[in-house]
Design a binder for this molecule. Sequence first.
Ligand SMILES: Cc1cc2nc3c(=O)[nH]c(=O)nc-3n(C[C@H](O)[C@H](O)[C@H](O)COP(=O)(O)O)c2cc1C
Length: 210
Amino acid sequence: MKTKNTLILLCALLAAGACRPSPQGGTTAVEPGTNAVIETIMSRRSIRQYTGVPVGRDTMDVILRCGINAPNGQNKQSWAVRVVDNPEWLHGLASALAGDGMSAEDVLQRGFRGAPTVVFIAKDTSYPFSETDCGLLTENMLLSAWSLGIGSICLGGVARQIAGTPAAQPYLDRLQFGDGFELVLCVGFGYPAEQPEARPRDDSKYRFID
Ligand SMILES: Cc1cc2nc3c(=O)[nH]c(=O)nc-3n(C[C@H](O)[C@H](O)[C@H](O)COP(=O)(O)O)c2cc1C
């Protein structure tokens, strides 16, 4: 029984992924529930169902500022970010992507997961680390949003569809990314209407090398 309890405690600490540098060197496990950043990271889930409530621009502004404060190569800030919260605009884009038995409503629900705000992120094709920069920017946005009670979903499928659909070109033009920039990812934001379980992670993907 004692071994089982020790195991449960160990699992809880590991699940929290929680370590901080100790003044003596090495690391100290952090008590679960005592570190807001770790709690946010570990509790965030992709949200694929949203309430109809739009996210205020002031709130999105906080999230975007967190995004652009991400670490990035040579501080080039090699991203271009556009935010669309106009439902007619999003419906128009979805209509351009519709076809093959998918209506605009289907695209909004399946492609954009019904998110009321969509952030479009483009990389600088002339900078080899730009996609990494965009990923770090994205993660800062997802985590800051979650800490504010706002859900998010990365939308790689629809980003690729936009890039490959000539009818969507006018919408890409309206995003005005500029020369040398290419859409890499769309990210939906909104208030969660679901509480998904964590998807399993494979901890054999990392290891220490002696
Ligand atoms: C680059 C990228 C593209 C993604 N594209 C989609 C997508 O098109 N549709 C979708 O439902 N989820 C998409 N996701 C979300 C992943 O499926 C999700 O992050 C993963 O299953 C882990 O689940 P979690 O975010 O809840 O931890 C994408 C995530 C990333 C990072």
